[in-house]
Ligand binder design. Sequence first.
Ligand code: ATP
Ligand code: MG
Length: 235
Amino acid sequence: MHEKRLSTGIQQLDLLIEGGFHAGKTYLVVGEPGTGKTIFGLQFLYKGLKSGEKALYVAVDQKPTDVIEQAVSLGWDLSPFIEKKDFLLLDASAYIKSRVGSSEMKSDMQKVILELNNHITQTGARRVVIDPLGPLIATDDSNSRVQDQARMLLYSLQGQGKTTTLITSHSVGRSARGIEEYLVAGTIVLEMELANNRFVRILTVEKMRSTAFNPAQYLFNIVPVQGIVLQPMVD
Ligand SMILES: Nc1ncnc2c1ncn2[C@@H]1O[C@H](COP(=O)(O)OP(=O)(O)OP(=O)(O)O)[C@@H](O)[C@H]1O
Ligand SMILES: [Mg+2]
């Protein structure tokens, strides 16, 4: 039996991973600042919105208005979807502010999970982006506590079953990845490298559960209208 696949919004990437992401699962886009994580997330949501799906974007490090502006700069007009209530942008900074000085970390995360699940149920969102996940789960506590929080949040999202989630994460080099990488169904790494005195953008499919794919790196560009566009790596 074929499980339903959801287009990533990047046509060339879909072809590499049997049609897209598994519906109902959670995926991670990891990369350093400016590598294209937010654009990837927007492209994923925009694809769904254009096919009549509902979508939710959780803005953690940026204001929703900045995210809308980023989309507009690429020629993606989200306003009709916002007006129709097909697209909701949540400002998650309130969750993080309320955590400062709070000793009840656990209930705080439970509140985030509860509210997120409520929004997903109310909007009927099939696609969710949390950009980035880090500040939402970061605590002053031990690493294991952070891992517990990440696990709680991701299990709850997967528990919904109907929602495909994309989380973004800042990378700190290849060897220092967060727990989220072990919990997700797939990981895509975005990088920028200097080659022949100019920067090139590189996308790597690093992990994709239940999917046959060729581990390879692809050069990509970010262009108006199409967004992220892959090209085969040429040596
Ligand atoms: N309209 C556009 N046309 C072409 N390229 C663009 C456009 N808008 C942004 N970019 C490119 O995309 C990059 C930013 O991508 P994005 O905001 O998705 O990165 P990010 O990984 O989310 O960064 P951060 O970690 O800071 O949030 C910019 O640095 C710029 O080079
Ligand atoms: Mg970003």
